[in-house]
Design a protein around this ligand. Structure first.
Ligand SMILES: [Zn+2]
Length: 338
C-alpha cells in the first residue's frame, strides 16, 4: 500500500475519525474547553464526593450486553486499519478495503444509555490517555487512546509503530517477524515505523493540538494523565528507551495511573486481577482483537476504564517519581498489585 504522510492529510484523517467515530463529539468544539458542554456534567462536577470506596458496585455475575456482543445491531467487529490509525491510509473510500478493515472503532466504546445516565463521581482529570506499549527490548509500538471523562467517550487516538535504534537491521527483522508476524501486521510495521525520538515529537504535537500540554512550559500534562495496565510502561520502559534513544525523559512521564491498582481498590474482588484478561473476565467483558497487539490492548484497557467510570470509580494518579528521578517511585495505595 502506498503511503501518504503529509501533515494535512493526517489532520484530515483525524477530523474524520472524530466526526464518524464519536457522535457525541459532534456537539463539542474542535478544541476542547475546560467546562463540559453538558450541563448535567457541570452540575455533577460541583458536588463533593463521599467516600466512594465504601460501597463499590459488585462485579457482575453474568455478561452484560455490550455493542460488541449484541448481534443484529449491524455491528461486526473487524481489525483496525493500522495505516488509518497512523494517519496513512490511502484507501479511505475503497469499499473492499472497508469490508475487511475498520476505520471507526467507536461502537466498542459506547456505553449503554443506563450507564450514561447513572450519577457519576467527578474526576480529577478531564482526560485520560490510555497507553499500552509493546516491545520488551526496545519499544515497537506506541498506542494512546484519549478518553474524555465528562462525556465518558473516546475522542481521539494516537498510534505509531516505533523503529528500534540500537539494533542491527537483521535483528529488527527477526524481532518484528516474531512479534507481529503472527498478527499479519509485520508489513504495515515496516511501512510505517519511525524512531522513538520522532514518535515523541509527533505525540507532543498531538498533545498540543488537544491543549493537553505546552511545549514552552515543558511540564506536566494539563487536566490529563496516562492510564496503564501495570507500572512497567511508564515506570520502566519509557525511561529505558529514552536512554537508548539518547534523549531526556519528558516530564509528563513522571506520574501515571496504574489501572490494576485502581481496579483492586475500587471493586475489591475476591480474586486479585493481575492483568487485563482477568479484569475483563471479572467484568464479564469480551476481549476484542489480538492480545499483545498494542492498539488492541489499548482499546480493551480503554473499555475497562469507561466501564469503571460508568460504575462510579474515581481514577487518581497512583504512582509518581520523586523529583523526576527515574529510580525512586511513590505509590498512592497500600493495597496494590505487586
Ligand atoms: Zn484503511
Amino acid at each position: 500500500m502506498a503511503l501518504s504522510s503529509s501533515r494535512s492529510s493526517f489532520l484530515l484523517l483525524h477530523q474524520r475519525f472524530f466526526m464518524r467515530a464519536v457522535p457525541v463529539f459532534n456537539s463539542l468544539p474542535r478544541r476542547f474547553t475546560a467546562k463540559s458542554s453538558n450541563p448535567k456534567h457541570t452540575v455533577l462536577r460541583s458536588i463533593s464526593i463521599q467516600n466512594h470506596s465504601s460501597s463499590p458496585p459488585p462485579l457482575p455475575t453474568s455478561a452484560a450486553p455490550s455493542p460488541a456482543t449484541v448481534s443484529g445491531g449491524g455491528y461486526r467487529w473487524k481489525p483496525m486499519c493500522l495505516y488509518y490509525t497512523q494517519g496513512k491510509c490511502t484507501k479511505m473510500d475503497d469499499p473492499a478495503h472497508l469490508q475487511v478493515f475498520n476505520h471507526d472503532c467507536s461502537e466498542e466504546f459506547r456505553l449503554s444509555e443506563g450507564e450514561l445516565q447513572r450519577e457519576h463521581n467527578p474526576q480529577k482529570f478531564d482526560y485520560l490517555l490510555v497507553f499500552d506499549l509493546e516491545g520488551k527490548v526496545e519499544i515497537l509500538e506506541f498506542p494512546v487512546l484519549l478518553i474524555d471523562t465528562r462525556t465518558m467517550s473516546v475522542v481521539d487516538l494516537f498510534h505509531r509503530f516505533v523503529r528500534p535504534t540500537a539494533m542491527s537491521e537483521q535483528r529488527v527483522d527477526e524481532y518484528i517477524e516474531n512479534k507481529y508476524g503472527k498478527f499479519g501486521v509485520d508489513r504495515v510495521w515496516h511501512d510505517t515505523a519511525l524512531p522513538f525520538v520522532e514518535v515523541v515529537q509527533q505525540f507532543e504535537d498531538w498533545l498540543v493540538q488537544h491543549c493537553l500540554w505546552e511545549k514552552k512550559h515543558n511540564g506536566r500534562l494539563n487536566r490529563a494523565a496516562f492510564v496503564t495496565c501495570g507500572n512497567w510502561d511508564v515506570k520502566t520502559q519509557v525511561p529505558k528507551q529514552c536512554i537508548v534513544s539518547k534523549m531526556k525523559l519528558p516530564p509528563y512521564f513522571n506520574e501515571w495511573i496504574n489501572l490494576k491498582d485502581v481496579y483492586l481498590n475500587f471493586y475489591n474482588p475476591k480474586q486479585e486481577a493481575r492483568g487485563m484478561r482477568t479484569m475483563m473476565e471479572q467484568l464479564k467483558m469480551p476481549m476484542l482483537g489480538s492480545h499483545h497487539l498494542g492498539i488492541d490492548d489499548t482499546r480493551n484497557i480503554a473499555r475497562i476504564v469507561l466501564r469503571m467510570l460508568a460504575d462510579g470509580a474515581v481514577i487518581p494518579v497512583t504512582a509518581w517519581r520523586d523529583g523526576g528521578s527515574s529510580e525512586s517511585v511513590n505509590f498512592l495505595y497500600k493495597n496494590r498489585i505487586r
